[in-house]
Every structure is written in C-alpha cells, then in structure tokens.
Design a binder for this molecule. Structure first.
Ligand SMILES: [Zn+2]
Ligand SMILES: [Zn+2]
Length: 407
C-alpha cells in the first residue's frame, strides 16, 4: 500500500483496527498509567517508568533503543519496515519532587504507549514508520533540549505529544525560558565590630532584585522574571561573603527572552559594581526551553480526530502557560502538543488536586482519547496524500520567517 493506492475503504479498515486495538488494551494501559502514577520518579531518575514502557513496546514488536541520546532514561522505539517518513509520538514520564505526578506525565507516557501499540498491527502496511520517543526530565531537566541537541530527532518528520490540562485545547503557547544561577562573592567580616572591612555578597543579590523590579516596568507584557534566594548568608552578625539566587527569565519568543536575559545580566553586573562583590553568572543550559510553535496542519488533523471521538474542543485556543521542552522539538520539526482536560477549570497543574486527577478515571479516559487521536493523526500523516508535505511546508515557511529555527 502506498500514498497512491490507499482508498477510503482501506483507510476505514486501518482506522478501525487502530481503535479496536486501543480499546482491547484499555485495562493494560490503565494499569501502566496507574503504576507510573504510584511510582513517581523525578527528572533523569525515571528508571522504572522507562523500563516498563520499553518492555511493553518490545513485547509488541517494537525495535527499542534504550539510553537514547546517551541519556539513561530516554529511549526511542521504532515500528514499520519502511525507513521514512517517520512520525514520532512522544512520551514524558517524570514526576515533580515531593508532590509526585502532579503534572500528569503518567498519562502522557501511557497515551504514547497506547498510540504505539494501536498502530503496531497496521504499521507494516503504511508508507513510513512510527517512532515512540521516551523523553525524560521535562520538569526542569530539559530532556528534549538535550535530545534535540544530540540529533535524536534528525530523521523525524513530525512529532506529536499530548499534555493533560483542564481544557481541551489544540494550539497553546509556551514561553521561551532560561534559568540562571547568580552567585556573589564578597568578603566576610564582623557585622558590628568591623563592617567596613566586609564586602556584602547578600547586598549583591538584593540589589539585583531591586534592579529587576525597576526593569519590569519597561518590559513587554509577556516577559517574566522570577527568582528565589538560594543562599543569603549564615548569621546576622557575619557580613556574608557568599550569596546566591536562581532566576527564571521568560518571554513569548526566544529573541525577546534573550534580550530580557541580557538586561537581567546587566542588573546583576550593576549590583556587583555597586557592592564590590564579584559576580558569577551561570546559565543552566538544558533549561533553555524554546517557545512552542504549533503546526496548524497537524493540529487540525488532531482536532478532527478528537471531535470524532466525541471530545469537545474549547473555542479559546490559546492560554497563558509555562514553558516546556516540547518547545525545542517544535522549533526543530513540525510538532503539536494539544491539551486534554482531566480536571475542572480552576485546578492548576502542580497541585495535589491535579495529581489526584492524573490517577482518576477521568484522567484515564483522557489518556485513552489522546492515545487514539495521536495514533490516528500519525496514520493520516502517513497515508493521506499531501498532509505531511503541507505540515512540512508550513514549517519551512515559518523557518524562512525566523519564527522557528529548523534542524
Ligand atoms: Zn509540569
Ligand atoms: Zn507537564
């Protein structure tokens, strides 16, 4: 079967095979989702989750590459006997420290597994292949940032990921972000007996804060600069010779985020000059999450699939959000990261309520719908003439305009 020979009855058969397989596997998928949910593992420590997912994929005939991109808990699993094109369906499976699966990544992991298993039985008939990407450490560790940098996606034509939320949304923005550690080195002294002999490192941090507060008024509305003091000294009667803080600097696009980052650097440099402390300015490289750009051709296919499954999509497409390393994938190749509701509006991710939703029956239902919609989107991209080419053309146009970077 090829793009030229697929007809609508062939297509309907393939589609119903995918849906029937996912329905048949429902109890097994829910068990995987609940197992990951009750065994939360934080960034780059997701050994149990990646072992569980890779064993299920391998049992079902996927060719599994463990430790993909030299990351212990990353993997890539391939199915299909044609070398290209390749449609990637992505899994996340890291939890948050202390609070557990409060971002619902257990559902993302299992939806990708479900989509992969749903496609397994038909993939050899398709003009291309499917790859399930296990991408660790979304919560700050930048697993996808590293995987993109190391070329893990270079043979991939399109990437699909789903994220749990409180609304069903196809297009979503995420902010380009960077985390920075700033350290001020001063000189300790007795705070009462000889304050004039000290250089106060904590003042460096405080002056940075104040300079940022002044800068904010002159920033665009989408910019965010936030931070915490990670070391403010040891005792009230010692002039601190060491103080540190961590900041997150974000904006709607990388160019402006980097501009704000430079202005933030000057705030810290100014504080160093004013206090006499020495500044160390350390950008945490894997934390450089780019803004997400949704491929509209792929988004439209996914929306059609969801609607056929009876899932209503919110009319308000975009909403204010955080940052995701899926942004870096979307800057390298045509990508989507739609959101499916697992909890009522008003409940925020990264809360105990959202964690409970990620383990609930509603959460499992969203996961199964996501598995089906992702599998059918991949199917369409592979068999429906011109769709993948249109998705890639849109990406090429955005690359030419400088909206995305390209590979
Ligand atoms: Zn999160
Ligand atoms: Zn998340």
């Amino acid at each position: 079967m090829s793009n030229e020979t697929i007809n609508s009855s062939d297509y309907t058969t393939l589609e119903s095979q995918v849906l029937q397989t996912i329905d048949r596997l429902q109890p097994e998928l829910i068990e995987v989702s609940r197992t990951i949910h009750s065994n939360p593992e934080t960034a780059y420590q997701e050994y149990k989750a990646s072992a569980l997912l890779t064993s299920k994929l391998e049992e079902n005939g996927y060719q599994v590459q463990r430790k993909a991109a030299d990351i212990d808990t990353a993997f890539v699993a391939y199915a299909g006997d044609k070398p290209s094109p390749t449609i990637a369906i992505l899994a996340e499976y890291d939890a948050l420290p202390v609070i557990g699966h409060a971002c619902g990544h257990n559902l993302m992991a299992t939806a990708a597994l479900g989509a992969g298993l749903g496609l397994r039985g038909i993939v050899d008939k398709l003009p291309g292949r499917v790859a399930i990407f296990g991408t660790p450490a979304e919560e700050g560790g930048g697993g996808k940032v590293v995987m993109v940098q190391r070329g893990a996606f270079k043979d991939v034509d399109a990437a699909i990921l789903f994220h749990p939320s409180t609304t069903n949304i196809i297009h979503s923005d995420s902010l380009a972000s960077t985390r920075v550690n700033i350290i001020f080195h001063g000189r300790a002294s007795h705070g009462a007996a000889a304050p004039h002999k000290g250089i106060n490192a904590l003042d460096g941090v405080i002056q940075t804060y104040n300079a940022i507060n002044a800068m904010r008024q002159q920033l665009r509305d989408d910019a965010r600069v936030m931070g915490v003091i990670t070391n403010g000294g040891q005792a009230a009667n010692i002039i601190p010779d060491y103080a540190s803080a961590q900041f997150s600097i974000r904006a709607a696009d990388r160019q402006y985020a980097d501009e704000v980052l430079e202005r933030f650097r000057r705030c810290a440099e100014g504080a160093a000059l004013a206090t006499g402390a020495t500044l160390e300015f350390n950008i945490i490289e894997p934390s450089r999450y780019d803004n997400l750009v949704t491929n509209s051709v792929m988004g439209k296919i996914f929306a059609e699939k969801l609607e056929k499954l009876g899932v209503e999509i919110a009319t308000e497409d975009r909403f204010g959000s955080g940052s995701t390393d899926m942004g870096n994938v979307s800057q390298a190749l045509p990508s989507i990261q739609p959101y499916l509701a697992i909890a009522p509006v008003g409940i925020s991710a990264h809360t105990i309520e959202f964690r409970e939703a990620a383990g609930s029956d509603v959460g499992q239902q969203a996961m199964l719908n996501a598995a089906k919609a992702m599998a059918l989107t991949a199917l369409d991209l592979l068999v429906k003439p011109g769709l993948l080419a249109r998705a890639k053309q849109e990406f090429a146009d955005l690359t030419a305009k400088g909206v995305v970077k390209g590979q």
